[in-house]
Design a protein. Structure first.
Length: 148
């Protein structure tokens, strides 16, 4: 499996980034950072769609499950985002349940509860200029601002 993180702004995907593929394991650990440069004035307009994907060399990669983190996410996804913004420069880690993504709902970050799937651990870090994602399973957190 691998993790794909999409940066969404008002429902549109602006950027996407992926982790490395972990082969021959059902319990991957990534310990990778995915960084998006987000201006502070746009933090209230963006969200992250985190998709855990099953890699297939021959056919199509399949979505195992998704979670959404951001200002317009529901429940834990919104709480995690708000906590990250409230404590700049402090990594904030939470486990997020994965939900099944169905059709168009996958792009919107919506899905129905899926009892067969576990969750993903996500650490968010806001450093005033960017957001990045550090994963035990998957998530975004910010990078420091560039020096002029």
């Amino acid at each position: 499996p691998y993790v794909k993180v999409s940066l969404l702004c008002e429902g549109r995907r602006l950027k996407k980034k992926k982790t490395t593929i972990k082969k021959n394991t059902l319990n991957p650990s990534y310990n990778e950072a995915i960084i998006f440069d987000i201006p502070p004035e746009n933090m209230d307009q963006v969200s992250l769609l985190i998709s855990v994907m099953d890699y297939d060399r021959v056919g199509h990669n399949e979505i195992i499950g998704v979670c959404r983190v951001g200002i317009n996410a529901e429940g834990l996804g919104r709480d995690h985002w708000n906590e990250m913004l409230a404590y700049p420069r402090k990594p904030i880690a939470h486990w997020h349940p994965l939900v099944e993504a169905v059709g168009e709902a996958a792009l919107a970050g919506e899905g129905s509860g899926c009892e067969g799937y576990s969750g993903t651990s996500c650490t968010l870090l806001w450093q005033g200029r960017t957001a990045s994602f550090d994963s035990q399973g998957s998530c975004p957190s910010p990078k420091p601002p560039a020096t002029p």
